[in-house]
Design a protein around this ligand. Sequence first.
Ligand code: URA
Length: 229
Amino acid sequence: MRLEQILFTQGFGTRHECKGLIVNGHVTINQTVVEDPKSDFDVNGLIFSVDGVNWPYVEKAIIAMNKPAGYECSRKPLHHPSVLSLLPAPLRNRGVQPVGRLDEDTTGLLILTDDGALIHRLTHPKKHVSKIYRVTAKHAMTQEMFRRLLEGVMLDGEREKVAADDLVQIDDHVFEMQITQGKYHQVKRMVAAVGNRVSALHRVALGNYHLPDDLTASKWRFIRREELI
Ligand code: URA
């Protein structure tokens, strides 16, 4: 693929802007400045560098982010900055968007991508993609509360009970809950339905992907589809 096309597909601006970056010496491949916008490269496994920052060529970008509190998942946030503001411009330009939403005060694993088919695969209710949340409850959790979460609870506006697929107690107030639906404020509403209240919520996994320990709050990285689903 021509270098100008590579930059264009990876979100580095208009065709004209991409050409400008190349002819003005901003782009290197294998530590060599490439100034010819028409030079051809095999995109398979290609790493290119713009102003000293390395980028892998990816046909579709899949990003794992450790979402901090105080950010909204919406493109047009109302009260807080958007999680998209934590990403560099090329990723925003190519239309990367969050897969589902985490509340403003929820932290942890957020997947973002520009692959519409992948968003559909991960969010369609019939696909039952697993999500694991670490929940901190305001009051100590009782065995009765856990039993009811596993059995299923009625939430306002839903026609059927929603149940946790798995629960792992960590201490009196903290547990991990696996769910496969993705209803609005689902975890908070389920915990409220059994008579407790979520005081902190952190997503630790989505599909097969677990938030790595070294991906600290606000950090992001490219991941492969095979790691996810
Ligand atoms: N459930 C919630 O209540 N909030 C989230 O952010 C995610 C799941």
